[in-house]
Design a protein. Structure first.
Length: 85
């Protein structure tokens, strides 16, 4: 398998040297990062509001890690009673 060195590659005008250039589609420029951060904050707030609304309706679910921890504690206590008795 051979690798091509930098001298073997043709110049590609569709790949600019700087990734933060605003002329690339799909990549925000430096001026768009403030609005991107604001959009992220708004999405996060909406997600939190939706979770609070679900909890108020009674649709609260226990996280999986809490259920797993409870199971480990129950089984561990049971094994401790058997082994130490």
């Amino acid at each position: 398998m051979t690798t091509s060195g930098p001298s073997d590659r043709p110049d590609r005008p569709d790949r600019p040297d700087r990734p933060d250039r605003p002329d690339r589609p799909g990549r925000p420029g430096r001026s768009d990062r403030g609005s991107e951060r604001q959009n992220w904050v708004e999405r996060r707030r909406d997600k939190i509001r939706a979770e609070v609304d679900r909890n108020r309706r009674g649709d609260y679910t226990v996280p999986t890690w809490v259920l797993a921890l409870a199971l480990v504690l129950i089984v561990g206590g049971w094994l401790a009673l058997i082994c130490l008795a």
